[in-house]
Design a binder for this molecule. Structure first.
Ligand code: AMP
Length: 251
């Protein structure tokens, strides 16, 4: 069985986001970029499944500008066998990404597709669900435990839901999106970083995949959240109650 893992290149989680002066998006110039943390978890899970003998190959795929190759090299250093870079605009929205992943799945025929539950740049939490819908495959989102049956016919997945855990059994091939508590991703070791340099990264275009991307969503404006007003120190409980009643609209 082959496992396809979608890894997105995003602004590093530790970077303070700046909006571009013309409000067309977030400034990514001279900003540290990394693999989306939920995608690291997705890749780690695929690698563990391979190491347990359930999969023969783990393929990492990233869609976006040429710098995505750095993210894919990180994935190869973690242990992916090969990578695919689909050259595309960085501003694609989830439906476009899902159409591309669907086309890739048609070519690669994986038994499982792993994605992060969400990308920390847009927080959309849509791509995995859309890929599953486009492929007509079962899906299990927000996975916190994944167990494959020995014949690789189905997977049992614990999902983190509001009230606790839900356990699903889904037939393979399937789409699984990964939550924070699924695993602790490994660090790439120096020898593996060196080995990753000789692993193959295939370049593909939208024409190769025959996907026509026409988005019906337009981002009108990106703005920073309003600055929080500074607080005041009140001198008595009466003053506090008065402020709560008259300024904080408490009845
Ligand atoms: P989102 O729906 O945008 O929150 O993204 C959810 C997941 O979809 C991510 O964690 C990735 O696994 C995958 N994904 C989204 N955009 C891309 C991309 N440009 N390249 C590769 N994978 C992506």
């Amino acid at each position: 069985m082959k496992i396809l893992v979608a890894v997105k290149r995003v602004v590093d989680y530790a970077v303070k986001i700046r909006v571009k002066p013309d409000k067309t998006g977030v400034d990514t110039q001279n900003v540290k970029m990394s693999m989306n943390p939920f995608c690291e978890i997705a890749l780690e899970e695929a690698l563990r499944i391979k190491e347990a003998g359930f999969a023969k190959e783990v393929v990492a795929v990233s869609i976006g500008p040429s710098q995505c190759v750095d993210t894919l090299r990180t994935g190869l250093a973690m242990g992916a066998d090969r990578a695919i870079h689909v050259e595309a605009s960085s501003s694609f929205l989830p439906l476009s990404i899902a159409k591309i992943l669907k086309s890739l799945a048609d070519v690669e025929n994986p038994g499982l597709i792993f994605l992060g539950k969400q990308a920390i740049d847009d927080d959309c939490n849509q791509t995995g669900q859309m890929v599953a819908a486009l492929l007509g495959w079962p899906q299990a989102t927000f996975a916190s435990k994944v167990v494959l049956d020995k014949d690789k016919k189905f997977a049992t997945v614990d999902r983190e839901v509001d009230g606790g855990l839900e356990t699903l059994s889904i037939d393979l091939p399937a789409v699984i999106t990964t939550d924070l508590r699924l695993n602790q991703p490994r660090y790439a070791t120096l020898p593996n970083i060196m080995k990753a340099k000789s692993k193959p990264i295939k370049k593909m275009t939208l024409e190769d995949l025959k996907v026509d991307i026409k988005s019906d969503i337009e981002i009108v404006e990106v703005t920073e959240p309003p600055k929080r007003k500074s607080g005041v120190i009140v001198s008595s409980v009466d003053e506090l109650i008065d402020k709560l009643k008259n300024e904080a609209h408490v009845v």
